[in-house]
Structures are given as structure tokens and as C-alpha cells.
Design a protein. Structure first.
Length: 293
């Protein structure tokens, strides 16, 4: 089954619900970065959120970057998404492992850390990217983004993110964002809140083969859903290119490149998002050196 994002309006257009199944892209990230179970859950949640937020972008060159830097053993995670909701990610310490919590669940909050910052960087064609930031509240990621929307964007928002992992990898992964429109009444808010409190974990629902439409219907409670926009089919993809890596080498300057030639004779550079390696032999470096200012 393909990963998918679907958007709905409910309660006569007063509630926006966006749901995602991100199982395949999270599994791809797990394999690329050789993630442990707890880092799969942490990185998977951030990738899922990045894909959901990327789906709101308008232009081909727009992108959104999510970064969490905290005091947990993971240290830093970065996710980049485009308007097609395709994502790529980086995690500083992918192989850490922690004991399960007392309820038997992966301890994502301790792995991420609760003392840190969440950064949202929108590059949407302006002179400078728009940067929003907020302190972490739990390190569980969904709660941290809920706090961001409440404080930085003043939008009443409920977020769920989940990754279910077994010995073979990612069984299911997904999430949803529920946002109230300005004309939502107190009764509407109370109705949605009651439904959300009854919601099982989304990873469990997806593992039970519930569709995104089923999940949105459980959230709305009234069965009157209206699909909005086109469905998206997000993937884990990287846009790294040899020419881009070469430009990075040029920026080092002629002296630094000569030091690489004298010391190693060549340079092998690995993309931190997809782990693809680019080899620049001595003759390549000599040509690159001539392009330095």
C-alpha cells in the first residue's frame, strides 16, 4: 500500500482534518540510517510531521525544515519537506537504545530529551526564510508541535503521530492534524475534543488496516466528511547531486582543497540524508581548485 495524505473538512467546514499513512517512508528512513527501535519511532514521527506540513506548501521551490535539538541522547534531528510532501531526514545518533517505559512503549521523550528547542524554517521565496521556534514540552514530538501551533501560530490544533515497530521493522506509521476554523463554536470544540479522547493510537489503527477516511470519520464523529484538494503520495527522497557537493567543495577555498590533496589524495563525501557517497579523485580536486576564488 502506498503512503498517502488526505485532507478533509468536517462539521460544515468548521474543522480541517489532514491524515497521513507514512509507513513506507519511515521504513525507508529506518533502513537508510540503520535506526534502532526508539530512534525509528522518534525520527518516524518527525518525518511524518514534516510530510504533513510540507503538503501545505504552494510553490515547487518551497521547502520546510523541521529541527529538534535537545538534551536527549539523540541530540539533533532534521527533516526537510517539499510541496509534494516528500521528505528526507538526518539524525545525529541513530543507534541509541533505551529501556521501554513502564507501559511497554518506546521511550521517545527520553531519547529526544525534554530540554531543547523545536525550529520550523519555511523557505517560501522571500528574501529570508521565516523561522519559528518554541521550547520542547515533552520530547514526544506531537505534543511539542501542538504547543508550537498554539503559541507561535495561535491556531487551535490537535496532533497525533505514531510509529509501530517490530523485529522486522516498521509495521505502521502515520499521523493527523486537526485544526479548528475561526467560526467553530464551543460546542464544536467540545464535540471534537471528546472524539479525540476516545481515539486509539493512529499506528494501531493503521496496523488494523483502518483507512485514512475511517480515521478522519472517527475524529469528526458525524460521518459528514468533504475531501479537500488532491491526495498526495509522499516518499522518502533526497535531492543531493554531485554538482551540489562540488559547489560545497569550492566554497572551502583553494588552500583547503590543496590540503585535502596533500593529505588524502582524494575526497569521499557522504550525503547525511541518503548516505550516498560521492568520490572526488585527485584530478577532480585539481579542477575544482581552479574554480575557487
Amino acid at each position: 500500500m502506498e503512503d498517502k495524505i488526505i485532507s478533509f473538512l468536517a462539521l460544515d467546514g468548521k474543522v480541517n482534518i489532514k491524515c497521513i499513512n507514512s509507513t513506507n517512508l519511515v521504513e525507508e528512513a529506518r533502513k537508510i540510517h540503520d535506526l534502532s527501535p526508539v530512534t525509528t519511532a522518534a525520527m518516524g514521527r518527525l518525518l511524518t510531521m514534516g510530510s504533513l506540513m510540507g503538503s501545505n506548501l504552494k510553490e515547487d521551490d518551497d521547502k520546510i525544515t523541521l529541527q529538534i535539538k535537545a538534551n536527549g541522547p539523540i541530540d539533533t534531528m532534521i527533516v526537510v519537506s517539499n510541496k509534494d510532501a516528500n521528505v528526507r531526514g538526518y539524525i545525529k545518533n541513530p543507534s541509541i537504545d533505551l529501556p521501554l517505559k513502564s507501559n511497554g512503549k518506546l521511550d521517545v521523550g527520553s531519547a529526544v530529551g525534554r530540554d531543547g528547542m523545536l525550529y520550523i524554517i519555511r523557505d517560501i521565496g522571500l528574501k529570508e526564510p521565516y523561522i519559528g521556534l518554541t521550547p520542547l514540552v515533552s520530547g514526544e514530538i506531537a505534543e511539542d508541535f501542538t504547543e508550537y501551533f498554539a503559541k507561535s501560530e495561535q491556531v487551535p490544533t490537535a496532533i497525533a503521530l505514531g510509529v509501530l515497530v517490530d523485529k522486522n521493522g516498521v509495521k505502521s506509521a502515520g499521523g493527523y492534524i486537526v485544526q479548528l476554523m475561526p467560526d467553530a463554536t464551543e460546542e464544536d470544540i467540545s464535540f471534537i475534543e471528546k472524539n479525540l479522547k476516545k481515539m486509539p493510537p493512529i499506528s494501531k489503527l493503521l496496523d488494523q488496516n483502518k483507512s485514512l477516511e475511517d480515521i478522519a470519520g472517527m475524529i469528526s464523529g458525524d460521518g459528514m466528511l468533504f475531501m479537500v484538494g488532491d491526495d498526495l503520495y509522499p516518499k522518502y527522497t533526497c535531492d543531493c547531486k554531485r554538482s551540489r557537493i562540488q559547489n560545497g567543495l569550492i566554497s572551502l577555498g583553494a588552500k583547503e582543497i590543496q590540503d585535502i590533496i596533500d593529505t588524502d589524495g582524494q575526497a569521499e563525501i557522504e550525503c547525511k540524508f541518503c548516505k550516498k557517497k560521492y568520490l572526488f579523485k585527485k584530478e577532480d580536486l585539481e579542477k575544482i581548485k581552479t574554480k575557487c576564488k
